[in-house]
Ligand binder design. Structure first.
Ligand code: FE2
Length: 383
């Protein structure tokens, strides 16, 4: 049975102008009134106004919920579910990056199951599917618009909780690269690196399959090629489209193959210090690769190949070192400064960070089984 694999995905509409189809999809779902989950940043870009306009033209009323912070919190989900229930809405639209989309998924779960969102932590804990969910991603990285993951901040414990369930796969993803033109340089870089980490972790995951490998490797190739270019030419819609496609493929891969130690450790870091998710991943990626390499060298060599690493004649140790160097060079090229210390992380936090990371469900599919001390050592190296 261990060779049997499942692959789930929403209905995907991809391309410049995809957002224009929102009205038609809302009507197809029989919507009388939709609940739009977004954040204050998106409201300022004009994308929210455009979205409401499209719904209005289709004759669909909308109620906006924008009290979502970066790293969405359990209370925001619960307050959102209350508002949803009082609003008379029957379809949910998520507009934004990973945070509004994950919050919207949480609202779907709570409104159908009537329990605190934290009760659904883990794999397949959601019993009743929620109302129809349409996602419109405005970043190219989180892939919450296609994934069966929702990541919510458990504020009391200061840890991120992963809810992994087929019921949080959106019904429709309207993926429009034009929406990503509003991202600034930092957001472009860190969401793009998040997508790269999704692809790499899916490819080396113990739950990978032929179907997920295909998408994972293509995503790595696209990001390596186009992310540095889009940082230089942020208004080029063709480049934005390539990075959006990379994010989509990385999302299809990781949603079905799950993730690994980078995400487990990034969730712990993001939960404790409220740091941006993509940044946490970027700081840890090369250090985790150096640790994991020995467990699946041929898989990491394949990623090295895409990054231009020449491995012929090299031993395993040298190949690993060359790959780690290539990833560090790529990070430098994107202007990412290394080092946890500069981000307000303290050495006294390492024990707690490692303990929480070890318990994260993403750790289950990491190719190498770490001990607590291994994780502490990786955090230390990332200082
Ligand atoms: Fe991620």
């Amino acid at each position: 049975m261990h060779n049997i694999r499942k692959f789930v995905a929403p209905e995907i509409i991809f391309g410049d102008g995809a957002i224009e189809l929102l009205g038609r999809y809302a009507v197809n779902f029989g919507a009388n009134r939709v609940f739009v989950v977004t954040d204050a940043g998106i409201a300022q870009t004009g994308l929210l106004a455009r979205t409401l306009d499209i719904l209005d033209q289709a004759g669909v009323e909308a109620v906006v919920y924008d009290r979502v912070s970066p790293n969405p919190r359990d209370q925001e989900v619960m307050a959102g579910a209350d508002s949803y229930q009082q609003s008379g809405c029957d379809v949910i639209v998520a507009l934004g990056g990973g945070s509004p989309m994950d919050c919207a998924k949480g609202i779907c779960v709570v409104s159908a199951n009537h329990e605190n969102i934290l009760e659904f932590e883990g794999v397949d804990k959601v019993r009743v599917p929620g109302p129809p969910l349409i996602c419109i991603p405005t970043t190219a990285g989180s892939s919450a618009d296609v994934s069966q993951f929702a990541i919510i901040n458990h504020t009391r414990e200061r840890v991120k909780v992963a809810i992994i369930s087929k019921t949080v796969v959106p019904d429709v993803a309207l993926i429009d690269p034009r929406t990503t033109l509003t991202m600034d340089r930092n957001l472009t870089v860190y969401t793009g690196v998040d997508a790269l980490v999704h692809a790499i972790e899916a490819y080396v995951s113990t739950a990978s399959s032929a179907l997920t490998d295909l998408h994972a490797l293509e995503a790595v190739r696209l990001i390596r090629c186009f992310l540095p270019q889009v940082v230089e030419h942020p208004n080029d819609i063709h480049l934005r489209e390539q990075v959006m496609l990379a994010s989509l493929e990385a999302g299809l891969a990781f949603s079905n193959a799950s993730l690994g130690a980078v995400h487990a450790m990034a969730h712990s870091l993001g939960g404790l210090l409220d740091l941006p998710h993509g940044e946490c991943n970027a700081l840890l990626l090369d250090h985790v690769m150096a640790f994991n390499y020995v467990s699946v060298p041929e898989r990491y060599d394949r990623i090295g190949e895409i990054f231009g690493v020449r491995s012929t004649g090299l031993g395993e140790k040298e190949r690993c070192a060359a790959l780690v160097r290539a990833i560090r060079t790529f990070k430098e090229q994107l202007g990412i400064r290394p080092g946890l210390a500069g981000r307000g992380v303290h050495r006294r936090d390492v024990g707690e960070l490692a303990r929480k990371a070890l318990a994260d469900p993403c750790m289950v599919t990491n190719p190498r089984r770490p001990q607590l001390q291994d994780l502490e050592a990786i955090y230390e190296e990332a200082f």
